[in-house]
Design a binder for this molecule. Structure first.
Ligand SMILES: Cc1cc2nc3c(=O)[nH]c(=O)nc-3n(C[C@H](O)[C@H](O)[C@H](O)COP(=O)(O)O)c2cc1C
Length: 169
């Protein structure tokens, strides 16, 4: 698929088929994550693509929406807030930005493979970390279902591009 077709067709998917994902698709998506840029190339993330039933149950127990259970895999995006680049003046870690870029690489690669995803951050992070045995400086910064969509992409409004992107010549 053309890049702009991928960007246009990608939507958050909240309903999944019970269909397995070929290993080579997972490999291509993993490569896309690994190619994401990060501050000073530190790659302060680890993406776990969880097919394991027991672990998926633990993740779903910490998220309110039932459709997460339908996906054959759940992506757990871990960020390392210590071993990442920090803004020199403020000392604030840049891990959220780095991880968001890598996550969106995954999301767009998945879309180009015909797979659905949905960014999820609306969970109790401390509880999710504990449930999965994740300890500081690592934390589960986002999760996403990964699987073939069982529902159509929803139409969604966006602000006018003139509001969100200003070209200054
Ligand atoms: C950082 C982030 C966190 C999000 N968290 C959730 C979430 O917890 N649950 C959910 O259903 N959707 C979540 N979303 C999906 C947004 O609701 C969705 O991207 C937005 O409504 C635009 O729709 P679209 O992705 O279909 O274009 C999140 C998206 C982002 C980027």
């Amino acid at each position: 698929m053309d890049f702009y077709d991928v960007v246009r067709s990608r939507r958050s998917i909240r309903g999944y088929k019970d269909a397995s994902i070929p290993d080579e698709v997972i490999e291509r998506i993993s490569e896309a994550v690994n190619l994401a840029p990060s501050a000073c190339n530190m790659q302060p993330w680890q993406f776990r693509i969880i097919f394991n039933e027991e672990l998926r149950t633990k993740i779903c127990a910490n998220y309110s929406q039932p459709w997460l259970k339908e996906a054959p895999a759940i992506v757990v995006a871990l960020g390392d807030s210590e071993n990442c680049w920090k803004r020199p003046q403020e000392g604030t870690p840049i891990v959220d930005i780095d991880l968001a870029i890598a996550m969106e690489h995954l999301v767009l690669a998945a879309a180009s493979e015909g797979l659905g995803t949905c960014w999820i951050c609306a969970y109790d992070r401390a509880r999710m970390d504990k449930a999965l045995g994740i300890k500081p400086p690592w934390s589960v910064l986002a999760i996403s279902p990964l699987g073939y969509p069982a529902v159509p992409a929803r139409d969604i409004e966006r602000k006018d591009v003139s509001e969100t992107v200003v070209v200054v010549k």
